[in-house]
Design a binder for this molecule. Structure first.
Ligand code: FPP
Length: 241
């Protein structure tokens, strides 16, 4: 196995291509989503083994609510099942589980399962988790910026000079990702080269990697290859070296 020299602290993935993967096999789209869960498992293992501190996955966007009801329901059921199946082993491994997004749109039963899973995997006071697995559910980047701006505006209401003097980083603590470092590496599978309203603010200096494989085919070795590619990148943050 290739030794990885520069490990990104935060790897994020736009898991794309489940539907096409199923279609190629003459099956329903949901079959691709179910197989995609296996790729999630593989990448969680690979990330934790490599020493990645945050692995975040774009599981369901605000726009995805517009898919056929049966597909939306299947995705929500898969999420419930994945939580039920995996949370004990995540807790045992020391992996903290978090769900971020516009959660007001989720069902009460899913919200309950998420809250219980977050509680069960939360690190003990003063302890660092081995890794944090962040699932973006009902999330969109523009929604995140708007809800953050609203909170910031409320906090600075009546203080125009203070508001004017804020550094650009001031918005960070109002985003749903507050306290989580910006992604170092963003992987998108399936050959599509766009950000699809994901973490628009947080990816200002993220390295992007677009891979042709469909998400259900993206497994451990692909994740390790992505880390190796990241290690070869030269990050300058707009400066010269
Ligand atoms: C994109 O493929 C994938 C999704 C919208 C859902 C991703 C969800 C999972 C992998 C399962 C549940 C997740 C977790 C974290 C347990 P697509 O449907 O857009 O595929 P297409 O572009 O080929 O149509």
């Amino acid at each position: 196995m290739e030794e990885i020299s520069k490990v990104p602290a935060h790897v994020s993935i736009i898991m794309d291509g489940n539907g096409r993967w199923a279609k190629q096999r003459g099956k329903e789209r949901v079959y691709g989503h179910a197989e995609g869960v296996e790729s999630v498992r593989a990448c969680v293992e690979a990330a934790a083994e490599a020493g990645v501190k945050y692995l975040s996955l774009f599981a369901f966007s605000e726009e995805n609510w517009g898919r056929p009801e049966s597909e939306v329901n299947t995705l929500m059921e898969l999420m419930m099942k994945a939580i039920a199946d995996e949370i004990t082993s995540l807790a045992k491994e020391g992996i903290a589980f978090r769900v971020l997004g516009n959660l007001s749109r989720l069902s009460p039963s899913l919200l309950e399962a998420i809250a219980a899973a977050e509680k069960k995997t939360a690190p003990r006071e003063g302890c660092e988790p081995l890794m944090t697995l962040v699932i973006f559910l009902s999330y969109s980047g523009k929604w995140d910026i708007l809800q953050a701006a609203e909170k910031l505006a409320l906090e600075y209401a009546g203080k125009p000079q203070e508001l004017h003097d804020l550094p650009v980083t001031a918005l960070d603590r109002y985003l749903v990702t507050a306290g989580i470092p910006d992604p170092d590496l963003l992987i998108r599978t399936s050959g599509e080269m766009r950000i699809s309203n994901f973490m628009l603010w947080q990816t200002a200096y993220t390295e992007f990697l677009f891979v042709d494989k469909l998400w259900p085919d993206f497994r451990k070795e692909d994740f390790r290859e992505a880390l190796a590619e990241f290690a070869r990148r030269d990050r300058r943050y707009g400066k010269v070296k």
